[in-house]
Design a protein around this ligand. Sequence first.
Ligand code: FES
Length: 160
Amino acid sequence: MSEEVNFVSIVEENGERNTRRAFLAAAGAAGLCYTAALAYPIYRYLASPEEMALSATAVTEVLLKDAQKIPAGSVLMYKFGTRPALLIHHQDGRWISMTAVCTHLGCTVQYEAQADRIHCACHGGVYDPYTGANVSGPPPKPLTLYKVAVGDTGVQISLT
Ligand code: FES
């Protein structure tokens, strides 16, 4: 008689253990899903600059159709991969292209034709519009120049 009671007692104890184990497994799985749901956007946010840099370096040349038609003394903003860039047609006929990403903190720079300079409005950085050299303000390095080939149907820009 006492053996039967013990058997029932053992079954109930095992059933309770199985229920507890199943609950803990479900809670653990839910916790993992919750953690993954929180971590993925953070991962994407942190990985994005690296992925952007990789995609920017993957592009080695860009063809700007009909860009040969822009008049002397003007500029065309375009994207080299994912990054903004400048194509300047100077008054003297020279074509110069360079990145438009400031080397200080990454703002987009602008060509100012009347002052014949490249200016960063964020902190007043100034660059030479022919060489990309940093001439005043906080930028620590020059802008990266691209190779320019002007053709009949467009302008080919490529890494130097
Ligand atoms: S980001 Fe261009 S000068 Fe600071």
